[in-house]
Design a protein around this ligand. Structure first.
Ligand code: SF4
Length: 416
């Protein structure tokens, strides 16, 4: 780190406001395991709901030790498949969360759902539990695509779930997946058009990737071609931009489109450098204490997390003993880690990494300086992949297509 940056870092207080606090609740169970998924998730249908409810509630109570009093912007239930949680557990968590932290203006409570779990009755119970936005993992309306992806629902389930959700929830998002072999551009356009026909405010379009440790990855290593070629994948992304744009949804993040003001607030908070409480075995969290920022990053198995949260030894000679889990694995982030996270999260957004966000994490508003003055930033701007102005730094449309490689190159030569 240069001396100038170090001097600024020493005085780097929270110069601008962070987004309000969020809570991420990780429910690690699914009905079955999809062959492309490397999430911390486990196929299990006999989950002891009461035991899990008590453990999750204990962790929320304890989290107040780390994430002190501040307005709570919302709760995000992710997974796994959190639509398999009992509505009673969801209600208990929402109610406790908003009694431990006071609600910010218009708090958002998001539940990720699998289409097969959506019924009239469940939608009603989720609403009563405080959920005000659902995100439905439709992936496709095409039976063949869904079979290829190893999903347990079919196109008819997806249509029924999307239609019921649109009837019952003002705020919802549909997730689609693209980029696998055999998916023609016209098939993808049909999926997009059908998803948009439900009139939602938000759509996520995720590109299929091969993640190490998954059955798809192993098959690809054995020579099976599972992904569409790069040209087709870029054409599918362009089709998503075109059809979502025509429906009034703008791309506001690498994989997400929304009407103005209808973005997922929890995710915007995370990408914007906000604090979020980690609850559950695979949950990550971030928090701020004075000038320091801490991280909770877990990849625990359900059994290990449950033992620890209930106060027993987890085998490493340490024991919480107080029904706690939140503080067990936090660590202070270094200056370089905070700078890297600001880039990796902030640059995912279409409006990019703001100078305010950069300054909060690094004490400096100058992108070139925090990157060590390397020519990489200037080259990326000259190539037309990044653009910089007084507000911040952002990827252009062509920069978005190569964002991971671009950031990895910029950060690999930056000082720590
Ligand atoms: S339902 Fe979602 S979290 Fe569960 S295995 Fe499939 S992709 Fe992974």
């Amino acid at each position: 780190m240069s001396e100038a940056v170090m001097t600024r870092t020493a005085t780097a207080a929270a110069t601008t406001e962070r987004p309000p606090l969020g809570i991420y609740v990780h429910w690690p169970f699914c009905f079955s395991k999809c062959p492309y998924c490397d999430f911390n998730s486990y196929a299990r249908t006999d989950v002891p709901q009461k035991l899990w409810r008590e453990a999750l509630l204990a962790e929320i109570r304890n989290a107040k030790r780390l994430w002190r009093a501040q307005p709570l912007g919302g709760v995000f239930f992710g997974g796994g498949t959190p639509s398999l949680m009992s509505p009673e557990t969801i209600a208990g968590i929402v109610s406790l969360a908003f009694s431990e932290w006071h609600p910010a203006e218009s708090p958002e409570v998001v539940l990720e759902c699998n289409p097969g779990d959506i019924t009239d009755e469940r939608l009603r119970l989720w609403t009563e539990a405080g959920v005000n936005r659902v995100s439905v993992g439709v992936q496709s309306f095409d039976d063949g695509v869904l079979r290829f992806l190893g999903r347990r629902h079919d196109g008819a389930d997806a249509r029924r779930a999307a239609s019921l959700t649109a009837e019952r929830f003002g705020r919802f998002s549909l997730d689609l997946m693209y980029g696998h072999r055999g998916q023609e551009i016209e098939m993808w356009r049909r999926d997009l058009s059908e998803a948009l026909s439900f009139g939602g405010e938000h759509l996520s379009a995720y590109e299929l990737t091969l993640e190490e440790g998954t059955p798809f990855y192993a098959e690809a290593r054995r020579g099976r071609v599972l992904l569409a070629d790069e040209e087709s994948r870029l054409a599918m992304r362009d089709a998503a931009d075109e059809l979502c744009g025509a429906a009034g949804l703008t791309r506001y993040e690498v994989s997400n489109y929304a009407r103005g003001g209808c973005e997922c607030r929890h995710n915007l908070g995370v990408w914007g450098g906000g604090d979020y409480v980690a609850v559950g075995p695979g949950a990550h969290g971030r928090g701020t204490r004075g000038d320091e920022r801490f991280a909770v990053m877990r990849e625990r198995s359900p059994g290990g997390w449950l033992r620890r949260t209930r106060g027993d030894s987890d085998g490493d000679g340490d024991s919480d003993g107080d029904g706690a889990g939140a503080g067990d694995d936090f660590r202070i982030l270094s200056w370089g880690e905070r700078r890297d996270e600001a880039f990796l999260f902030g640059m995912r957004k279409a409006d990019g990494l703001t100078r305010d966000h950069l300054e909060r994490e690094s004490g400096c508003r100058d992108f070139g300086e925090v990157l060590g003055g390397s020519g990489g930033l200037e080259r990326a701007k000259d190539e037309g992949w990044l653009e910089e102005d007084e507000l911040g730094l952002r990827a252009t449309a062509s920069g978005f297509d190569r964002l991971d490689g671009l950031l990895s190159r910029l950060l690999s030569t930056a000082p720590n």
